[in-house]
Ligand binder design. Sequence first.
Ligand SMILES: [Zn+2]
Length: 466
Amino acid sequence: MVEPGRLRALAVAARRRFAPVLEAADTHRRRALLGLGAALLLTSAAAYALAEIQPDLPARSVVAVSVGNDAPAQTRAIDGADIVFFRSTDVRRQDTVQRLLGRLGVTDPDAVARLAADPRMRVLVSAGAGPEPVRAQVTGRGELLRLAAALPLPRGDAPDFRPVWRELEVRPDAEGGLTVAAVDRPVAVRARLATVVVHGPLSRALLQAGVPQSIGAQVGKVFAPQLDLHRGLAAGDRVSLVYEMHAVDGREVRPGRLLAAEIRTHGRTLQAVWFAVHGDSRGGGYYTPAGQGLEKVWASSPLPGARVTSPFGMRMHPVNRRREMHEGVDLAARLGTPIPSVADGRVTFAGVQNGYGNVVKIGHPGGYETVYAHLDSIAVRRGQAVAGGQVIGKSGATGTSTGPHLHFEFHVAGRLANPLQMARYVPQGRPLPPGEKASFYAATALLRTQLAQASGDDAVRLARVD
Ligand SMILES: [Zn+2]
C-alpha cells in the first residue's frame, strides 16, 4: 500500500520524464501540418517504423495519437497500441478485398479473413472506384476500428437523381468480431446557381466555374434539338444554370439534376425549366418558361443524314419512264438497315401494297401519317402503338424499286407534304397538359427566379419571364 504523498511524487516524476516526448510529438505535428503538407502526417516517432514496413501507403493517411496528461497512456501510445491511423484509398482496378485492406493498413488476420469472405465487401471492390475513397481507422497493430465506403452510384445513360447515399460500414461488435452493414445516410439537396461566359469550349468554361461534368452533359442534351452546344456557341455567349447538388454530412458528394438553364447566344435567349407532369411515367421533362416541352417528339427524318437519291415532287419515274408525282423522298439505305418511326404513333397498315412492296404506315397524333416503303422485312403489326425511334422494319427493295432504299412519305391531314420539310409542320415539343398549367407556373416560379439571379439580371427581366 503506497501512501498518498508518495503517489503524488511518482506522478510528478512520470510527467517530468515524459515531457520531452510530448514536446517532440507536438513539434512534429506542427512541422508536418505547416511545412510539409505531405501525404503522411506524423505525430509520433512510432509511425516512422510503420512507414518503412508499408512502402505502398495509400494517397492519404493521417495519424492520431491520444495525447493525455497521464504517463501510462503515453507509454502505450509509444508502443503503438493507441495510435489510430485514419487512412483512405480508392478502390483500384483488379483490386481484391485483401489488397484494399492492405493499403488501409489492416493486418489483423481475423479481420482480413472475415471481410474477404463478406459478399458486400466483394461487391464494393469489384465495382471499381466509388464516388468517394474508402476510409478506415486502424490501430498501430493493424486492427480495424472502423471502415466506411460509399456504395457505387448507378452508371449509364439514365442517371439516378434520387437523393440516396448508401454506405458500407464495418465496426467491431460485442463478441470481438466485425459487423458489416449498409447504412442509408440522410442526403440534403441543395440548389446551385452558376453563370459562365463562353470563351472557347463550353466544357472548359463550366469546369472552371466548378460545374460538374454531368450537369454540363445534361445542358447539352436539353438544348440539343435547338443548338449544338459544342459548336454553336460564340465567344461572349452566356450560359446560366440552376442545378442540384447532393450533400451528406455537409459535404457535397454528387451532382443531381439540372433544374433550369438559360443560354444567350447570337441575340437569342433559350430557356429550360424542369417540371414533372403529374402521373407522367417518364418522371418529368424540360419546358420553356411558357410551358412548351423542349424534348423533341419528332425526328427530322427516319434516317437523319442519309443521302436523298430522289426528292419529293414531279419526276421521271426510274422504272416506268413516265413523268409523274414522286409522293415521298428516296433515302439511300443499304439492304437491312433498321428503320425507326419518326415519332410516337399507331400502325395503320403493315403488309404488302402494290408498288410499295412491304410497307408500314403510321398515324401520329395531330393528323399526321408517315409511310415507309420497299422494306425487306416488317417488325410491327397493324394497330400496334409505336414510340418515336422504335424500329418498324428493315430497308430493302421490295415492290417497284431499282435497288435497296427507303421510300418515305409524310401526310398532313390526308394531304401529301414534302418529308424534307416535316419540321415545319410537326409539333416541336410536347405541350403541357391543359390541367397542369397552374401547377407548372407555381412549381417553376422559384426556378425562374433563381435563373434570373444566376444570369445576373434585374427585376424588369424577372417580371417578364412569363
Ligand atoms: Zn420513292
